[in-house]
Design a protein around this ligand. Sequence first.
Ligand code: PLP
Length: 414
Amino acid sequence: MASPLGLGRPADEVLAAMESLRTGDVKWRDGRAFSLAYSAGPEVLALSEEAYRRFSGENALNTAAFPSLRSMHDDVVSCVSGWLHGPASARGFMTSGGTESLVLVVRAAVERARREGRLPAHPNMVLPTSAHAALEKGADYFGVESRRVDVRNDWRADVEAMAAAADDSTVLFVASAPQYPQGVIDPVAEVAALAVGRDVNMHVDACMGGVVLPALERAGVPLPPWDFRVPGVTSVSVDLHKYGYTAKGAGVLVHRDKLLRNDQVFVTDNWLGGVYGSSGILGTKSGGPIASAWAVMSHLGDAGYERLATAARSVTLAIAAHVEGCDDLRLRSRPDSTLLAFGDADDGPGIFALADELRERGWWVDRQGPPDSIHLTVNAVHEPLVDEFLADLDAARRAMRGRSGSSGAYGSVD
Ligand SMILES: *Cc1c(COP(=O)(O)O)cnc(C)c1O
């Protein structure tokens, strides 16, 4: 079909065409996606969309023109900083999400070394193999060597091996709470101690856990220490467009103090257009994600997030228990939060045939490796669907015997 762009069609026809374009999209609002999209139900979504619509054209590049955005931005950052037990000195900025946060984390670590007059010729960062791919992006952009250290048998960061991988050119250590691939929380305090020993930055990637873990802790779930209460943690990233259930394009990066925060900021007057300062990678920045975050967080409140996190956690545990009971499947780890992964009994690509079977039944799961695994990001939308999902999982297991599937990708470029 030829593209309709440029035809000058009436608005109602355009919208109808868009609705027909999306018929093949995964039905995330109905809870069919265990990856990529999150839903706290139609009421929260409606509020998010309305807030986004009202501020989509506003530009957070310069909040002097839009004090509304500054005010909402500051409220969002201070709420998240509170969840993270940030000290009074803590400061942060909203970002467009986890990737921008992590790219800026790498930049800030290099910038700190430069500011302190000890930038090595070849700076490196030391991080477990489980830490998010966006850190590679940051390392690539800013010329930092990425020293990936194998995780332990329990998928958590191997702190002794990380210590051995570090040297005088190390500017950054990273741990995750939880890490994405197997959903476990790294030994944050031990990794932070390495950073204290070398007096360099230590980032906790809580893009997944930054909303859920504080809510679970408030609800009484015991957790290992992972936030600003751990000495040596210099920054924490939290995505709101995941378990904050806000519109896409919203994350927060909080630093222990303003000096550290300034290391992510860029300012120049080296052109003919005046002083250009920006907190992140984007220039023009829609007010939509900020407004959505402010609206949804105001509406749900701490109690709302507790309810949603508890629901997601109980579905996660139910699925994990079911998988543990299947002798043809292998659970990677008991989940520490709301993410889990499992492979087949021989850890081979046969698990992707199961993903294909689930897709045929309308479920979208993430395919990852190594080792070859199905990954589930469980959220509140799945609560009423857990029995249906487990029944389909069992049907898919029966149907798949002997088939092999394709591995897919976390993100695509085509
Ligand atoms: C999702 C995720 C990221 C990347 O965030 P985006 O919002 O997709 O850019 C980083 N770290 C972890 C642990 C994540 O789960």
